[in-house]
Design a protein around this ligand. Structure first.
Ligand SMILES: Nc1ncnc2c1ncn2[C@@H]1O[C@H](COP(=O)(O)OP(=O)(O)OP(=O)(O)O)[C@@H](O)[C@H]1O
Ligand SMILES: [Mg+2]
Ligand SMILES: [Zn+2]
Length: 363
């Protein structure tokens, strides 16, 4: 807090002594800048992930445009590992964001002992058995839920198909409003909840439908039923669908270390700056993922070559109108990363690749 001098005392006697001037107690000085900087470190890094270049690129695109993501892959393909490292490539928190996140964690009573400030983006990974109150907040004196604890960071829903339908449905509202209001007889409270959603799932009940190293034991009917458990309303909010391929550990052993998070983050910040300049926080907008249909028409005008490419792909792959909007949004982000005002065919074709679930290539 600025403009206030704080001196620590251990007894009222000391207060009296201080006022009488018989004891000097120096105010405590905190170097805010230094404290903030020193707490900004993550204990995981993108460099830990070997290979998986396409998946890492997709996550970079997601980070650059603030897009929600679903990852589909067999057990052990690294979905959890990748998701955990996503905060490290997001733009650095600014001080006000850190304060906001800290306040929420403090209210929830989960601020670690001796920790004054959360200076890294939170990563929240609630188990699929969580209740809707646990997810969006609740209790007689309403406490923030996981969506608020993930504020300014990542909400990771692992084993996405295992979550109860009603629980997933309540996640839609904070995704749209970036905050939740919890009403009780005595009190109504609002908590901020602006987060990136990362979902993960297997391609089928046994998990191995996309894994060339393991045989899938599922029937087409079983897979169909499994897929139908994906929440439609929530999928509407997820721009990027990526397939995470299985990799043999022996393959990984030879691979070199991946790019460090700081380098990826620099590119992400570059693309975010372009978006911030474009939207200038008009209606609170700062990232491409927030575009509505009228914004799409304004900011994603396609030249005939790109428009044709997209049209052909839509027909060939049988994509829906919804998918069309998602592809436009994501290609805007890819063009920004490429520092191009005009969306080009290469940006479109990359964005089309991030529709794995629509294409369901393994079915
Ligand atoms: N690309 C990779 N580079 C380095 N290590 C990896 C990679 N992929 C997987 N691993 C190793 O394999 C372990 C398992 O990965 P992880 O738990 O992220 O898989 P998962 O896709 O989440 O599996 P599940 O579907 O069972 O949850 C990781 O902890 C990591 O040690
Ligand atoms: Mg996992
Ligand atoms: Zn299977």
């Amino acid at each position: 807090m600025d403009g206030v001098k704080v001196a620590g005392v251990s007894s009222l006697k000391e207060v009296v002594a201080k006022i009488n001037g018989t004891k000097r107690i120096e105010p405590i000085v905190v170097d805010r800048e230094n404290l903030f900087k020193s707490q900004m470190k993550y204990n995981v890094d993108f460099t830990d992930v070997k290979g998986q270049e396409q998946v890492k690129r997709a996550l970079e695109v997601a980070a650059a445009g603030g897009h929600n993501v679903i990852m589909i892959g067999p057990p052990g393909s690294g979905k959890t590992m990748l998701a955990k490292r996503l905060p490290t490539i997001l733009p650095d928190l600014v001080f006000d964001e850190a304060l906001e996140t800290t306040k929420i964690h403090s209210v929830a009573g989960i601020l670690a002992e001796g920790k004054g400030l959360i200076a890294t983006r939170p990563f929240r990974s609630p188990h699929h058995t969580i209740s809707d109150a646990g997810l969006i907040g609740g209790g007689s004196v309403p406490k923030p839920g996981e969506v608020s604890l993930a504020h300014n960071g990542i909400l990771f829903l692992d084993e996405f198909t295992e979550f109860k339908k009603n629980v997933l449905e309540v996640t839609r509202q904070p995704l749209e409003d970036c905050m939740v209001t919890i009403s009780r007889a005595a009190i109504s409270l609002s908590y901020p909840a602006r987060f990136m959603l990362i979902a993960a799932m297997n391609p089928c009940p046994c998990g191995y439908a996309t894994d060339p190293n393991n045989e899938c034991t599922c029937t087409p009917q079983m897979i169909q039923k499994y897929m139908s458990r994906i929440s439609g309303p929530l999928m509407d909010r997820i721009d990027i669908q990526i397939e995470v391929p299985a990799v043999l550990f022996t393959e990984l052993a030879d691979k070199e270390k991946g790019e460090a998070s700081t380098i990826v983050r620099r590119r992400v910040q570059f693309a975010r700056k372009i978006q911030l300049d474009r939207y200038n926080l008009k209606d609170g907008m700062f990232a491409n993922s927030q575009m509505e249909s009228n914004d799409l028409r304004k900011y994603c005008k396609l030249e005939s070559k790109s428009a044709n490419l997209l049209k052909i792909a839509m027909e060939k792959l049988g994509l829906s109108a919804r998918a069309y909007d998602r592809i436009l949004k994501v290609s805007r982000t890819i063009a920004d990363m490429d520092d191009k005002e005009q969306i080009q065919p290469s940006h479109i074709s990359e964005a089309i690749q991030y529709r794995s679930l629509d294409r369901k290539l393994w079915l």
